[in-house]
Design a protein around this ligand. Sequence first.
Ligand code: NIG
Ligand code: FE
Length: 425
Amino acid sequence: MTNALLFVGARQIVTCAGPSRARVGRELNDAAVVTNRALLVRDGNITAVAPESELHAANSDAAIVECAGGVLTPGFVDSHTHAIFGRARYEEQELRAAGIDYMEIARRGGGIHASVRDLRVRSEDELFVLAAPRLMRLAASGVTTVEVKSGYGLTLDDELKTLRVVRRLAETLPLRIVPTFLGAHEIPLDFRERTGGRREYVDRVIHDMIPAVAAEGLARFADVFCEPGVFTVEESRELLTAARAAGLGVKLHADELAPGGGAELAAELRATSADHLAAVSDAGIAALASAGTVATLLPATMLFLGKRQQAPARQLIEAGVPIALATDFNPGTSPTTNFPLVLTLGVSQLRLSAAEAIVATTANGAAALALADRTGQLAPGCSADLALWDVEDFRELPYWLGEGRCVASWTRGKPCHPRDLALAC
Ligand code: NIG
Ligand code: FE
């Protein structure tokens, strides 16, 4: 059987071709769209984007994939999700509508605490069965790489259980999955309630959890929810310094709801990404720009929480900060697996162009996971991670509000979301 695929008949190929690093400033507005080109895949990697006649003649062994006038894009990179959880938290939505905000719900023992109680009583098998279809729904919306965080366990055993589920998903599903340890997602209620408990919990994460996660090779990154009322800047610094010393990459939930110096800390630590940033300060923006840390913006979260505020995307771009967009898929603040919806919000809420929204979810999403040399662009040498769309122009991706126009996708050249198997002849 041949290992080669020749994608022909695409009206446009959105290559996002460029340097293997996060794009900044005007680079973000160049999605490198080409027409009258075919794309050749060999052994899971892209080997050429060139006129069909040229590729046809030299690669007669390749199986043809007819794109039927659709648009080919890099598979999207969802660089921020909390996909391992138990039940939905729909009752909190009504509480917020009635005027009780996210942090107040958490203070009353709901929010993250509710998902923690729920996850702790579920088995690895149960969590796997719940998470797999969620990730496949993301795949059905054009995602081929997804980051998955732990963070609803908050004990050594429950965090390891969560990350083992992520590992099993990575071994089983046709997506590229990047695991992140988020043991510092919240201070568990029993620790919050006793004197010295807060410090004790930080010590547990540093001395028990991080070494165990690193020893089992269960995570690529560590993350902390650095926010007034959750982990302080000092605690976050200590936690991420320990994580880095154990060999993990560093990410940070920063300035999500209130400014607190999170972006500045991410820059100081040269974090791979600082995420959320709806309340980032001017000093935080300047610090991120000089560090080259990717600012991962999560517009669905603010929309779902009913906030008017969004991250200052244009100001970040203007300052030279590389931005990425992601879903933040989680049961509390962003229960969506509709990836194109994030593109729509990127344009309508963050005032990006369609090209900027696409580069922010491909090349820059990959950079937010330190994968810019592997995925996020359709160029020779990159993994064949691609998505085919039933649209005539790439600007329709953010345009069709809430619609699923992804026809099929491939990860490492293998079908990921084969909605229409007849396409692969
Ligand atoms: O990214 N901010 C912290 N974590 C999630 C929400 C988690 C939850 O409410 O369950 C977020 O918004
Ligand atoms: Fe998050």
